[in-house]
Design a protein around this ligand. Structure first.
Ligand code: URA
Length: 459
């Protein structure tokens, strides 16, 4: 027997190094005991093995990504399940693609549960304001299901850089003083301030992450079990938010339900739920949430933008910020009803660079567009739009799978693999950047003409 000791519950690097050494030495999975904590009690002897420098070997990238998530799961068996899977994959690398394999399916489910927990913490953690010697600061109590607190630390630092805050959990605490992130021991709920502060800023934050699209399946409410509610005085807002959102959504839902193939609704909801935990590229690390497409699943027309902006990232809905306003005005001028079309983005997470308090849009790169194509292809497969309008070069690249010069391809129908027609035009934010009024008006009119021409294809 070997004992592999990891420094912390989420010690991916420790697991990887130990697993590499054990595998290189040919140690079978049932001969390893995994433990977390201090140096091992020398129960089974020979630990030196774990410290040897075994030669590196190639492991499929997908398995490394899977293992990074699974290591954060609360199941005490996770290290050993992963090590057993590693040995199998080293013997048969193609196993990683076998989604029917029960062992890998179990690991996949664990990774998904972890990603959901990461998302819940981002969405539902609730700070309370306190005053201390250093002035104002914020404290939040949170009860994650998995070992995801460190994983989420960078997200909260980026999101609330200018505040001083602490996040307390049973396992560990995080403390940000505006410059440095420090880690402390675990805490109890009694260590967090009680009370009912309901600061307007948090109400607004909460309202902005409330995503009406998720009401379709009740997913949002399901996702927010009582244990989160009790830490969130703003949940008093839920009734209000639900009523407002339902009123806005009712027409859309009815339309989708009445359409032939009501099942598409469920398929779309499942896809959207899965996308909420997307980690296909690194953009999920800093974005607030996945911004999935929205609109009736039987829409005949689909619009694809580039990626969510700052406001879309907070609201969880596409095209609600300044570019969205231009988009709304233009499709209305083209005689198109937004509630009847499906609107989505080529990339589903906001990519930005922090500049002081602001988050400045950064263009997604080819790898990010490619990683995200999977979602848009699934969206298109479910919606099956007759016409898909690509707004700008990134959307066109995602749709056609190659680099596209908008000026060259604009304004003519292009037949898409798998059915339907694409129509390429400029991105609404391009119109916002034109300084001369006359030119801006001219370009706007041209944009509206493109939209009219695309809509005319529907007959
Ligand atoms: N720009 C986009 O391309 N999509 C959005 O959702 C918002 C701005």
């Amino acid at each position: 027997m070997r004992v592999a000791t990891l420094a912390t519950e989420d010690d991916f690097d420790g697991w990887r190094d130990a697993a590499r050494n054990l595998a290189a030495a040919g140690v079978p999975a049932d001969q390893v005991v995994w433990q977390v904590g201090e140096r091992p009690i020398d129960l089974f002897g020979d630990e030196a093995l774990l410290e040897s420098d075994a030669p590196a070997f190639h492991v499929p990238r997908a398995f490394v990504d899977l293992a990074r998530s699974v290591v954060l799961h609360a199941d005490p068996q996770r290290f050993s399940l992963l090590y057993a899977a590693l040995l199998r994959i080293l013997a048969e690398p193609r196993l990683i693609d076998d989604r029917a394999d029960p062992h890998l399916r179990r690991l996949d489910e664990m990774a998904k549960a972890v990603r959901r927990d990461v998302h819940k913490m981002r969405a539902f953690l609730r700070f309370r304001e306190i005053a201390d010697d250093g002035g104002e600061s914020y404290v939040a109590w949170f009860e994650p299901e998995h070992h995801i607190v460190r994983e989420n630390a960078r997200f909260f630092v980026n999101r609330f850089t200018t505040m001083r805050w602490s996040i307390l959990t049973l396992e560990l605490s995080l403390h940000w003083d505006g410059a440095t992130l420090a880690e402390g021991p675990g805490a109890t709920k009694a260590d967090a301030p009680e009370g009912d502060p309901i600061e307007a800023v948090w109400k607004t934050y909460y309202a902005s992450i409330f995503n009406p699209a998720r009401l379709k399946t009740g997913a949002m409410l399901k996702e927010m079990p009582r244990k989160y509610w009790k830490n969130m005085p703003e949940t008093a807002l839920i009734g209000e938010l639900v009523a407002g959102a339902q009123a806005r959504e009712v027409a859309m839902i009815d339309k989708a339900r009445a359409a032939p193939g009501g099942n598409s609704d469920a398929a779309w909801a499942a896809l959207r739920d899965e996308a909420m935990g997307c980690t296909r590229c690194d953009l999920f690390r800093h974005a607030s949430q996945t911004v999935f497409g929205e609109g009736p699943v039987d829409a005949r027309m689909m619009f694809v933008g580039e990626q969510p902006g700052d406001l879309e990232d907070l609201a969880g809905r596409p095209f609600v910020g300044p570019a969205g306003q231009v988009f709304d005005r233009a499709i209305a001028d083209a005689g198109i009803d937004r509630t009847g079309v499906y609107v989505t983005n080529a990339v589903k997470h906001f990519k930005f660079e922090p500049r002081g308090k602001r988050r400045i849009h950064a263009k997604p790169d080819a790898g990010e567009v490619t990683a995200c194509r999977w979602w848009i292809e699934q969206e298109r497969a479910i919606i099956r739009p007759d016409v898909t309008v690509a707004l700008g070069a990134t959307a066109a690249r995602s749709l056609l799978g190659k680099v596209v010069t908008v000026g060259r391809e604009r304004g003519r129908p292009i037949t898409l693999d798998g059915g339907g027609t694409a129509w390429i035009t400029v991105h609404p934010s391009y119109l916002l950047r034109i300084p001369e009024k006359d030119r801006a008006e001219e370009e706007y009119a041209r944009f509206v003409d493109d939209l009219k021409a695309a809509a005319a294809m529907l007959g």
